[in-house]
Design a protein around this ligand. Structure first.
Ligand SMILES: *[C@@H]1O[C@H](CO)[C@@H](O)[C@H](O)[C@H]1NC(C)=O
Ligand SMILES: *[C@@H]1O[C@H](CO)[C@@H](O)[C@H](O)[C@H]1NC(C)=O
Ligand SMILES: *[C@@H]1O[C@H](CO)[C@@H](O)[C@H](O)[C@H]1NC(C)=O
Length: 160
């Protein structure tokens, strides 16, 4: 007991030896002042999303009234891409799973008044349930540009 009180005193005393903390807004750019809310394909579909899954769940956010409550981002998680970058060094979608293409899926989501969420990873490979799909390490700028060119509003950035 005495021991833990002494430890507590030592811990509570610690901040006094540091400069008094000041809270700074890290990025005063207006983005995500509160946590983004919405739906993400991973929790139900793991790394096996496809176009009809994404579009029907986007519809459901609206039809169930969840969008009105602030659940406005629809994010396609792992499994959307293919193993390698194209010859141009860019990521692309799996055409079997997303026959209309990712930008068109983004447009579908936007037409519902919702935000289009994409997925990548800070490593060599994405976390993709045993499928090897290339991650963004060393390609951060290229990938940010391509997601933006597809109209993405949000990126879930994993760290496998
Ligand atoms: C999309 O996924 C659903 C659910 O797993 C499946 O029933 C459907 O056949 C899939 N569609 C395509 C085009 O892969
Ligand atoms: C696209 O997804 C299908 C279904 O998961 C898979 O069989 C196929 O290998 C994928 N295509 C590529 C190029 O990765
Ligand atoms: C995935 O990549 C790792 C590392 O390069 C390799 O050891 C493994 O065999 C690959 N797996 C598949 C299914 O291609």
């Amino acid at each position: 007991m005495l021991h833990s009180v002494a430890r507590l005193a030592a811990i509570t005393a610690l901040p006094l030896t540091l400069a008094s903390p000041t809270i700074h807004k890290r990025l005063a750019n207006g983005l995500a002042p509160t946590p983004p809310m919405g739906w993400n394909s991973y929790n139900h579909y793991n790394c096996a999303p496809n176009q009809s899954i994404i579009q029907s769940n986007a519809d459901a956010l609206v039809n169930l009234g969840l969008a009105d409550l602030g659940y406005t981002y629809v994010t396609t998680d792992c499994g959307w891409t293919i193993p390698d970058r194209g010859a141009d060094g860019k990521l692309t979608w799996n055409e079997t799973l997303f026959p209309s293409g990712f930008p068109a899926v983004g447009q579908y989501i936007h037409d519902l008044g919702l935000g289009f969420g994409t997925y990548s990873d800070g490593g060599v490979l994405m976390c993709a349930g045993g499928i090897n799909q290339t991650g963004s390490l060393g390609f951060e700028y290229t990938d940010a540009e391509i997601f933006a060119s597809w109209g993405a509003d949000l990126l879930k950035y994993d760290n496998c």
